[in-house]
Design a protein around this ligand. Structure first.
Ligand code: SF4
Length: 211
């Protein structure tokens, strides 16, 4: 089973509690206006063997305090997502948070969710016209739902308003001089950072979760 992968980052500290392994899948047909992850929209032929990916992630899976999966729209690769999540469950007992732009009602029917492979879901499409006041979410229509007892233990107290101390982003630099911004940025953060970096000859790419 192969999947289309966008990227992987470790550690990610801004998409759920603890030092998490962040996995972004490539491809999203939802295309919410105002999405700033448009680099993950394009469909690509799946070319990463899930078993190979799990092998490569194994050292981080032993070290991380949680896994966060986003996109793109992860459920548009449902079979590969399911295999990936089974592999993660075999290797670690940490919590799995999945972002999706699909409605919660649809996701609840999904076998990936019904089989208990997702501890917490952040669902529903990003809406640029809604206010943004909730922790871990880009717009307030997005729902955080605990799907397992582990999800309830880890995320049960986190369905709350965003505090000032939550307004953090992981910033990573790659060998090409590109900057990756990881987290849920506040409105306007992107433009402000792009302007600063453009003045220094550096481009910015985002890896935020807004699905
Ligand atoms: S916010 Fe998420 S669901 Fe919406 S277009 Fe962007 S990647 Fe797709």
């Amino acid at each position: 089973m192969k999947l289309a992968l966008s990227r992987v980052h470790f550690p990610v500290t801004t998409l759920g509690p603890g030092r998490r392994l962040g996995i972004w899948l490539q491809g999203c047909s939802i295309r919410c206006p105002g999405c700033i992850s448009s680099d993950t929209w394009a469909k690509r032929t799946p070319d990463v063997e899930v078993s190979n990916l799990l092998e490569q992630l194994d050292c981080w899976l032993q070290e991380c305090e949680g896994v966060t999966i986003s996109g793109g729209e992860p459920f548009e690769q449902a079979d590969a997502l399911e295999q990936l999540l089974y592999g993660i469950r075999e290797r670690t007992a940490v919590s799995v948070l999945v972002y999706s732009g699909l409605p919660l009602e649809e996701l609840r029917q999904h076998t990936v969710v019904m089989r208990g492979l997702v501890d917490c879901l952040i669902s529903d499409p990003f809406d640029v016209h809604m206010k943004q006041s909730k922790y871990l979410r880009g717009s307030d229509n997005q729902r955080m739902t605990c799907m397992t007892p582990l999800g309830q233990r880890v995320f049960g107290s986190l369905d709350r308003e965003q505090a000032d101390t939550d307004r953090q982003l992981d910033v990573m630099f790659d060998d090409n001089g590109e900057v990756w911004l990881v987290g849920v940025p506040s409105r306007g953060d992107m433009q402000r950072l792009k302007s600063v970096l453009a003045g220094q000859g550096t481009s910015l790419t985002t890896t935020e979760a807004r699905s």
